[in-house]
Design a protein around this ligand. Structure first.
Ligand code: FAD
Length: 286
């Protein structure tokens, strides 16, 4: 069971105190992204560390600060969890300089809104991700693949700026070999070896045949959302079946500091995953 923030407070565990964790393994995914395998030092807490696809943790680098990161690993893996981190600033830059065995702090998992994988059962699922936007949807993809027969078609469209920026390559190579995944890869700037599509993700959506009760998910750079959502709407996918991960500058992660407003909602506790139906009238949402 996942405890919500109020339950944690009444259970006496502070939502502000990070759990000590160890970096088990680091894998370089591109020039700017690394994948970290992480385990909480308290074994019982690690075994109980359960999250849902689309949730995130607050990562603490002691003496420096903290920042939110999505969990791309499978919720079914209780031995450790993963974070895919782009080196962009203080906290992310510091963990990029760390090595296996180093200690970090973890708060969470946080986020109320998550991809409704249970409701998606028996339906087509279309996932469109751009760049680092693949990280938040990876746990959804893994959840679906672990129970593949419960879902109808699984379409994954992934776009990157250039082939060297493609993340989760090993997973993508596995997906290519499966006949139960329809995979569309695209880059803005191809190199001479590139044999897939060229251009933005949006270009690949009109070619998808899907039913009106399909579920659609989008995650990527802010510029992408309006265009992808508009393509989904052309396919008559219902707004309550379209899900977006909306990341905002976040501080506390637990709905106290009010830094991550999306209209009258807070991305940390009401999201970061929202349905289009929930946010379509919020001016600054997408
Ligand atoms: C729910 C959620 C999930 C996320 N998941 C991931 C993930 O899986 N992987 C990942 O790499 N990133 C993820 N991010 C983004 C990540 O949290 C940010 O990149 C994070 O702020 C980096 O922290 P930092 O200390 O390294 O960077 P900072 O030192 O805070 O700087 C990062 C960049 O933001 C700018 N910046 C700093 N403060 C502000 C401000 N107040 N307003 C606007 N810009 C500012 C800086 O100039 C710099 O360009 C996620 C964010 C959210 C909210």
């Amino acid at each position: 069971m996942i405890m919500d923030i109020k339950e944690k407070e009444t259970a006496g565990s502070s939502i502000y105190v990070p759990e000590i964790a160890t970096i088990l393994k680091i894998e370089e995914m591109s020039q700017t992204e690394k994948l970290f395998d992480i385990r909480l030092d308290d074994q019982k807490k690690q075994e109980k560390f359960c999250f849902l696809p689309g949730q995130f943790v607050e990562l603490t680098i002691f003496g420096l600060g903290e920042a939110p990161f999505s969990i791309p690993s499978s919720p079914g893996n209780r031995d450790f969890f993963q974070l895919c981190i782009r080196d962009t600033g203080n906290v992310s830059g510091a963990i990029h300089r760390m090595k296996a065995g180093d200690k970090i702090g973890i708060r969470g998992p946080f986020g109320k809104g998550y991809f409704p994988y249970e409701r998606m059962k028996g339906k087509d699922v279309i996932i469109v991700a751009g760049g680092l936007g693949l990280a938040p949807v990876m746990s959804l993809i893994k959840t679906i693949l672990e129970d593949r027969d419960s879902y109808k078609r699984l379409v994954i469209i992934y776009g990157a700026t250039d082939p060297s920026n493609i993340l989760f390559r090993k997973d993508i190579e596995d997906w290519k070999k499966r006949d139960d995944i329809e995979l569309g890869l695209t880059v803005d700037n191809p190199d001479s070896a590139w044999q897939e599509n060229v251009g933005v993700c949006t270009n690949l959506i009109p070619g998808i045949n899907c039913t009106e009760d399909a579920y659609a998910v989008v995650c990527g750079p802010p510029v992408m959302y309006k265009f992808v959502v508009s393509e989904f709407e052309k396919k008559c996918i219902k707004p309550e079946n379209i899900f977006l991960s909306l990341e905002r500058r976040m501080e506390c992660g637990v709905g106290k500091c009010n830094h991550c407003h999306v209209g009258n909602k807070l991305s940390c506790v009401d999201g970061p995953v929202f349905s289009l139906w929930e946010i379509r009238n919020l001016k600054e949402a997408i």
